[in-house]
Design a protein around this ligand. Structure first.
Ligand code: ZN
Length: 64
């Protein structure tokens, strides 16, 4: 079993909290200021995998 973490869909930060104590049902990203009802939810393993993929993608962008 793995702990599930919330991830900001904009900046991929895990610094995401339920806004105003969960009253609005929206999430707030402390890293980029994103507020919305949609966030990514994944295990730590999946998160690490995503960061790895993003790193590969950005390295490919630098190659051109
Ligand atoms: Zn964010």
């Amino acid at each position: 079993m793995s702990r599930r973490i919330l991830v900001c869909p904009v900046c991929k930060s895990t610094d995401v909290e339920l806004d105003t104590g969960g009253v609005s049902g929206k999430y707030f990203c402390k890293s980029c200021g994103y507020i919305g009802s949609y966030v990514l939810e994944m295990t730590e393993g999946e998160y690490e995998e995503m960061l790895k993929m993003e790193k590969i993608e950005s390295e490919h962008k630098d190659e051109k």
